[in-house]
Write a protein that binds this ligand. Structure first.
Ligand SMILES: *Cc1c(COP(=O)(O)O)cnc(C)c1O
Length: 377
C-alpha cells in the first residue's frame, strides 16, 4: 500500500492542459504602431483620438492621490457623474477596465457551455473571444454589404442563444443602425436573450441620430449598453468604460468584474474628462469634418476600385476592389510613414480600416493612395 504510485486520470500528461474552448481562442490582435521593420509609424490603426486628451483630464491624472491605498472599488463618484450627464440612475451603471472588461463579463455572466453568443460577420473581434472564454459557442450572422443585417441576426437566434453583441457604430465597418432598426432588432429577441449594445463610438454620432440604446436599456430588462472613455474622450491608456442596464444585469456584472477594476488615476482622469464636454464636442466636430473630406477623396478613386464604406465612427473601412490590393496599399502607406489596420484574420483581406487622424494626415494618406492607385498620375 505504501509503495503504490498514486495515479489519477491526468497523471500521464506532461503539462497543464488548456481547456479546449480556451485553446480555440486566437488572442486579440491590437493595432500596430510600427512597420514590419520595427520603425515607428504614424499610428492610424487603433481608432485613437487625434486631438489627444482634455488638458483638464491630464491635470487630474497627475493629481489623483495616494498610490498605497486601494481605489474606490465601486467608482462611485465617476458613476454619479456619468449618471448626471446622461440622465441615468447611478445604481444601474457599472464601470469596467475598458468597456472590453464589461463585454467579457457580460458573456460569462449570461452564457456558458451549450449556449450560443451571436454577433454579425465583420463584428468586433473581442466578441468571439468573450464567447469562447466562457465555453459558449460563437455564432456569426451574415452581413448586408458589410452592414448589420437585423433580419439575418434575428434568423440566427435559436433556443440556445443567450447573448447578442451589436456594436453601433460597428467596428471595423463603421456601419450604423438607426433607432428604428435597433428597436426592431430588440423587439425580435426573446426577453431572456441579453442584447449587448456596444456604443464605443456613440460620442461620434450626431445627437439627433442617437440610436435610442440608453432608452431601450432604461425600459427593458434584457439590454446592456456599454460605452468607453478610450475613443472620443481620448483616454485609451487609462482603461475605463461603463455599462448601463437593468439592476439584475448590473448585479451579475458586479459579481465577476475585477474588485478594484478602475485604478485611482483612471477614476480621477475619467471624472475630469467627463466634465470637459467641450473636448468631446470638438472631437466629434473634427471627426465629422475630416471624415467627410477623406470619404470624398476615397470615393473619387472609385474608378480604381477603392470603395469607402459609409461610417458614423472615427475610422473608415476602405475596400480595394480593383488592381490595387489592400495589402499593397498597406505596404505603400507604411513606406510613407503611416500604419493603418489590415484585418485579413477577420475575413477582410480586401479592406483597410483607417482611423481619422488630423486633417494633414488624412490629406497625406489620400494623396499616397491616389498615387498608388494610379502610378501614372
Ligand atoms: C475600441 C472599442 C471598444 C473599447 O474598448 P475599451 O476596452 O473600452 O478600450 C469597445 N468596442 C468596440 C467595438 C471598439 O471598437
Amino acid at each position: 500500500m505504501t509503495d503504490q504510485t498514486p495515479s489519477s486520470p491526468t497523471s500521464s500528461l506532461a503539462a497543464p492542459q488548456m481547456k479546449p474552448w480556451i485553446a480555440a481562442i486566437h488572442a486579440y490582435v491590437p493595432g500596430r504602431s510600427t512597420g514590419a521593420d520595427g520603425r515607428a509609424l504614424i499610428k492610424l490603426s487603433a481608432n485613437e483620438n487625434p486631438l489627444g486628451t482634455s488638458p483638464a483630464a491630464l491635470a487630474a491624472r497627475d493629481d489623483a492621490g495616494p498610490a498605497h491605498l486601494y481605489p474606490d472599488p465601486d467608482s462611485a463618484a465617476l458613476r454619479t457623474a456619468i449618471a448626471e450627464l446622461h440622465g441615468l440612475h447611478p445604481s444601474r451603471i457599472v464601470c469596467g477596465t475598458g468597456s472590453g472588461e464589461l463585454l467579457t463579463v457580460a458573456a460569462s455572466a449570461f452564457a456558458g457551455p451549450g449556449d450560443e453568443v451571436l454577433y454579425v460577420r465583420y463584428g468586433f473581434s473581442l466578441y468571439e473571444i468573450a464567447a469562447r472564454r466562457c465555453g459558449a459557442t460563437p455564432v456569426e450572422a451574415p452581413d448586408a454589404d458589410y452592414g448589420t443585417d437585423v433580419d439575418a441576426l434575428l434568423a440566427c437566434v435559436t433556443p440556445a442563444t443567450r447573448v447578442v453583441f451589436v456594436a453601433n457604430p460597428n467596428n471595423p465597418t463603421g456601419s450604423y443602425l438607426g433607432a428604428d432598426d435597433l428597436a426592431r432588432l430588440h423587439a425580435g429577441l426573446p426577453p431572456h436573450v441579453l442584447l449587448v449594445l456596444d456604443q464605443a463610438y456613440a460620442e461620434y454620432v450626431a445627437p439627433e441620430q442617437d440610436d435610442g440604446g440608453l432608452a431601450l436599456a432604461a425600459t427593458h430588462g434584457n439590454v446592456l449598453v456599454t460605452r468607453t472613455f478610450a475613443k472620443a474622450y481620448g483616454l485609451a491608456a487609462e482603461r475605463v468604460g461603463w455599462g448601463y442596464g437593468a439592476p439584475p444585469v448590473i448585479d451579475a456584472l458586479n459579481r465577476i468584474r475585477g474588485p478594484f477594476n478602475i485604478n485611482r488615476g483612471a477614476q480621477a482622469t475619467a471624472l475630469a474628462a467627463l466634465a470637459d464636454q467641450d473636448f468631446v464636442n470638438r472631437s466629434r466636430a473634427h471627426n465629422a469634418t475630416v471624415r467627410a473630406r477623406f470619404m470624398e477623396a476615397m470615393a473619387a478613386l472609385g474608378n480604381h476600385g477603392l470603395r469607402p464604406l459609409p461610417s458614423e465612427a472615427n475610422f473608415v473601412l476602405v475596400l480595394f476592389e480593383g488592381p490595387l490590393t489592400a495589402a499593397a496599399a498597406l505596404a505603400g502607406l507604411a513606406e510613407q510613414g503611416y500604419i493603418v489596420r489590415h484585418l485579413p484574420g477577420q475575413g477582410l483581406p480586401q479592406g483597410l480600416r483607417i482611423t481619422i487622424g488630423t486633417a494633414e494626415q488624412m490629406d497625406a494618406i489620400a494623396g499616397i493612395l491616389a498615387r498608388l492607385a494610379d502610378p501614372a498620375q
